[in-house]
Design a protein around this ligand. Structure first.
Ligand code: OGA
Ligand code: MN
Length: 242
């Protein structure tokens, strides 16, 4: 299986925009890179989506939630089939409350809302809301190859993962492996500030085990469900926009 890094041909070349990674993208540049990626290969990798102080605040919040026991073992599946399957998925999660965000989350939610509008205007995706959770993968934990859209619910349109880890080295492992066409795959290191977006119905992906704790926020932009039960309850306990 061929492996590529985000800067290779199949990914959007945002390297030139980030000045070798030292500069944070402006909101407009990041949105433009994401729109181009979604319209082209169906995904985008954007280093420096948020500035390091904002990433550090989110990281501190995630660690504080974990200290308080607020991160809980993630489940697999939906409805009656839902259950803990640590062999398939070993992370602990905590859902963000977008109605009462923590101070550290405001900047991110503002950026996500701006992104939602730009993507809707450019690509007519009909995204109406986002659901997002912190995720902490302890050393050795992974998430086996999967797709983010449920078989009986097409609400999830766009998957976005923002990484919160400082100074991630290749030897730390923990890459997101995105499966592309022709048996190729793209490995993305979970370096703080990097945002990965991809069309939820199109890409299998997995989280490889890491040698150190791996922190992220995973978010899904949702459309009003077109199939399935119509009215579902989110893992957050909220119901989707009708
Ligand atoms: C997920 C997921 C990828 C990552 O939470 O569904 O695939 O890199 N996360 O954390
Ligand atoms: Mn996933």
């Amino acid at each position: 299986m061929a492996r590529m890094r985000w800067s290779d041909d199949h990914a959007v070349d945002v390297g030139r925009l980030t000045d070798g990674g030292s500069r944070t993208l402006g909101a407009g540049e990041a949105s433009a890179a994401i729109v181009a990626g979604l319209a082209g290969p169906g995904f985008a990798v954007v280093p420096g989506f948020l500035r390091e102080p904002e990433i550090a605040s989110l990281r501190d919040r995630a660690l504080a939630l974990d200290r308080d026991g607020e991160l809980t073992a993630a489940g697999v599946g939906r409805g009656a089939a839902r259950g803990e399957r640590p062999q398939i998925r070993g992370d602990r999660t905590h859902w963000l409350d977008d109605h009462a965000p923590a101070p550290a989350e405001v900047a991110l939610l503002v950026r996500f809302e701006a992104l939602r509008r730009v993507v809707n205007e450019a690509l007519f995706l009909g995204l109406v809301e986002i659901e997002a959770h912190y995720a902490l993968y302890p050393p050795g934990a992974a998430y086996a190859r999967h797709r983010d859209r449920f078989r009986d619910d097409d609400a999830r349109v766009l998957s976005c993962v923002l990484y919160l880890n400082h100074g991630w080295a290749a030897a730390d492992g923990g890459a997101l492996r995105l499966y592309l066409a022709d048996d190729a795959a793209l490995d993305v290191a979970p370096e703080g500030g990097t945002l990965v977006c991809f069309l939820a119905d199109r890409f299998d992906h997995e989280v490889l085990p890491a040698r150190r704790p791996r922190l992220s926020i995973a978010g899904w932009f949702r459309q009003t469900p077109q199939t399935g039960s119509g009215r579902i309850t989110l893992a957050t306990g909220r119901t989707p926009v009708e």
